[in-house]
Write a protein that binds this ligand. Structure first.
Ligand code: PBG
Length: 324
């Protein structure tokens, strides 16, 4: 297979050949759209560092989710922005909490769309951490019950799947048990298992008003330098009963996605986070990059690395392009 006998360009010479040789094909089925839901009526607040993304009140959320469904996107991931915060994040597991209300409305009004809920406390706690704070520490075990209550309240509201993103140890076991005990043995858990302590979450924390008020998340989210630790995290969550394993962020962690895909035989999700979206949108706005092309190239790379599904703020734009 050496030149001049072999010529790789033979198979690239026209679009038909290129389509036939394509190893990775992106489809709307691969995409999950993250959405921010806020109380009130007619709220559609643009998120500054995420052009095209909004904090939406439930009445505004419904048509967006209908639109996503129409484009063939199978699922949305909901993040709630509560009306008030307190030390224990009680609005995260309130029956009339914002996510609980949004899930109910979506399940009533948009048929055939899977609704996944982010399970965490950081948007709901006044200190902005993902668990219960004791002094200057985040108390792992004291957080588990609250996370399980949050997941259960989402399931009771009708959520099709719950996705814990807090990074407390043992939370999948606790959530699985809480769901099973209350008759939700059919509700899958998508675990943010391999979640790094990343500066790429910056725009999200503005959007969700969830930045920690003191310290950072380094004692619970993973060190970006580590990959073996990620395999341990993923293996643990598989044993605890997770149904889907997520890697997050995506673009700067393609090697991690590949390793997890090789080590774990569950479906793998990758979360292309707010900062990844912001980077591409900013460069496009400056006229420095071709927005649609870098979007498709990035999403294809995440799938090529081994992701079975991709959470991305580009879901609508990408699905639209894929329909043409
Ligand atoms: C909540 C959570 C975060 C993201 C998803 N769930 C923020 C964080 O951990 O600080 C980030 C998503 C994004 O940046 O798009 N724990």
């Amino acid at each position: 297979m050496l030149f001049p006998d072999y010529r790789p360009r033979r198979l690239r010479q026209n679009e038909a050949f290129r389509r036939m040789m394509r190893e990775t094909v992106l489809a709307p089925d691969d995409l999950i759209l993250p959405l921010f839901v806020i109380g009130g009526q007619d709220e559609r607040n643009p998120i500054e560092a995420m052009p095209g993304q909004f904090q939406l009140s439930i009445d505004q959320l419904i048509p967006v989710v209908r639109g996503a469904h129409g484009l063939g996107i199978p699922a949305v991931m909901l993040f709630g922005i509560p009306d008030r915060k307190d030390p224990l994040g009680t609005r995260a597991y309130a029956k009339d909490g914002i996510v609980q209300k949004a899930v109910k409305a979506l399940k009533d009004q948009v048929h055939g769309m899977a609704v996944i809920t982010d399970v965490c406390l950081c948007q709901y706690t006044d200190h902005g951490h993902c668990g219960v704070v004791e002094g200057d520490r985040i108390d792992n075990d004291a957080s588990l019950d609250l996370l399980a209550r949050t997941a259960l309240s989402h399931a009771k509201a009708g959520a099709d799947m719950v996705a814990p993103s807090d990074m407390m140890d043992g939370r999948v076991t606790e959530i699985r048990a809480a769901l099973d005990e209350s008759g939700f043995s059919q509700t899958p858990v998508m675990s943010y298992a391999v979640k790094y302590c990343s500066a790429f979450y910056g725009p999200f924390r503005h959007a969700a008003d969830s930045a920690p008020k003191f310290g950072d998340r380094r004692t619970y989210q993973m060190d970006p330098a580590n990959v073996l630790e990620g395999i341990r995290e993923a293996t643990m969550d598989v044993e605890e009963g997770a149904d889907i394993i997520m890697v997050k962020p995506a673009l700067a962690y393609l090697d991690v996605i590949l390793r997890i895909r090789q080590e774990i035989d569950l479906p793998v999700a990758a979360y292309s986070v707010s900062g990844e979206y912001a980077m591409l949108k900013a460069a496009e706005k400056m006229g420095w990059l071709d927005g649609p092309r870098v979007m498709m190239e990035s999403l294809t790379a995440i799938k090529r690395a081994g992701a079975d599904m991709i959470l991305t703020y580009f879901a609508m734009e990408a699905a639209e392009m894929l329909q043409q």
